[in-house]
Write a protein that binds this ligand. Structure first.
Ligand SMILES: NC(=O)c1ccc[n+]([C@@H]2O[C@H](COP(=O)([O-])OP(=O)(O)OC[C@H]3O[C@@H](n4cnc5c(N)ncnc54)[C@H](O)[C@@H]3O)[C@@H](O)[C@H]2O)c1
Length: 348
């Protein structure tokens, strides 16, 4: 943890720009000096919360006080803001998805010189993800063979730029980038094949939901789903191992682990339904399983900026690596291709 002080400006001061401002108020050695936004109303609000309001991006980049620029504009504007800031010698934190296509992100990476590019993959600090990742890495369920990661809402896709293709809208780029990044961080090795489907329930122009099947070379089957027309949500996480199952139901972190305690005691009371009988699908008897609370892993999202500052001070390497970001963007391209062709496509 460096004790040097850094000053930043926020370009694109909407919902997420303001989230960063509030977060940074509680981070030592980092100060937000001002903002630039094309919407004058956002400038008025920035003035009310005590920030300097720049009149142009150029004015931000000419300000020698500024070490770091946050780009929190709509997705289609990231490339121009980020490359201009890097070329001006500033460090940059760019919101996700860093770019709409891998070619754009390669150009952004190439614009680094004195300034470094950091991508805000903040959901690597989500406690649900960290908890599942730890359960999988520690083999708490025995060998895991299937992971299901879902995010469900019921309000359709937001009516702003997120609904427009040319602005980088759609759920693959919005939520997909987070949960795909989590998948690639959780499972080692190559993704051999991808199969995806998309929905257009409330929006014709961009996907308002998707399912993705990732087939890893180690045999892992990882299923991801985002829906915006789901009035009943399925669990955020559902993980199947040979010796047990883990579930996290939602944002409140409710869930549990259920693990086998006695494989040999396999008796079951058959279940009679209206039209039949099943022993295979009967619930396990209590003495053969153990239900345990989730071993929750806690996190502090401020560690993201602490790492950025340590890298700017030359004291650390980035926790979120640009090669990892590029891999996720390429994976999203394979997902778009699979959904378009309705075919399994090879990836790595
Ligand atoms: N990491 C996360 O958890 C997370 C969550 C939400 C949004 N985001 C990302 O943050 C970015 C912004 O999303 P948001 O929800 O804040 O959107 P938003 O629409 O609330 O805010 C975007 C702001 O950018 C401004 N803007 C547009 N073009 C500009 C330009 N050329 N120069 C300066 N300002 C410009 C708009 O006026 C607006 O105030 C997106 O990339 C989005 O994907 C990330």
């Amino acid at each position: 943890m460096t004790d040097r002080n850094f000053t930043m400006a926020i370009v694109g001061f909407g919902g997420m720009g303001n989230w960063h401002r509030e977060l940074i108020e509680s981070i030592d050695h980092l100060t937000v000096k001002g903002i630039y936004d094309i919407d004058p109303k956002r400038g008025t609000y920035a003035g009310e919360v005590g920030l300097f309001v720049y009149e142009s991006l150029d004015q931000v980049l000419e300000d020698e006080d500024i070490d770091l620029v946050l780009c929190a504009t709509p997705n289609d504007v990231h490339k121009e803001v980020v490359t201009a800031a890097l070329k001006a010698g500033k460090h940059v934190v760019c919101e996700k998805p860093a770019a709409i296509c891998s070619g754009d992100f390669e150009e952004m990476m190439a614009a680094q010189g004195k300034g470094r590019l950091f991508v805000h993959q903040n959901r690597r600090w989500d406690e649900d993800y960290l908890t599942i990742r730890n359960i999988v890495k520690q083999d708490m369920l025995g060998p895991v063979f299937k992971i299901e990661s879902r995010v469900h809402g019921s309000r359709g896709i937001p009516g702003d730029w997120r609904g427009r293709k040319e602005q980088g809208g759609g759920m693959i780029l919005d939520w997909g980038v987070h949960i795909l990044d989590q998948a690639l961080q959780m499972i080692d090795g190559k993704v051999k094949e991808v199969y995806a489907t998309v929905t257009h329930v409330t929006n014709e122009l961009v996907d308002d939901g998707f399912t993705v099947q990732l087939f890893f070379e180690n045999g892992m089957h990882y299923m991801l789903e985002v829906g915006t027309s789901n009035f009943v949500s399925l669990p955020r996480w559902y993980v199947l191992g040979r010796d047990g199952t883990a579930v996290i139901r939602g944002w409140d972190m409710s869930g549990e682990l259920v693990r086998i305690t006695n494989w040999d005691k396999n008796d079951a009371v058959p279940i009679k339904t209206a039209a039949g009988l099943t022993k295979t699908m009967a619930p396990r008897t209590e003495e053969t399983i153990q239900t345990e609370p989730l071993p929750v892993i806690h996190s502090d999202i401020r560690d993201y900026y602490r790492n950025v500052m340590a890298v700017m001070a030359g004291e650390a390497e980035p926790l979120v690596k640009n090669e990892e970001v590029l891999r996720v963007i390429r994976l999203m391209e394979a997902i778009f291709e699979s959904a378009k062709k309705n075919q399994v496509v090879p990836f790595e």
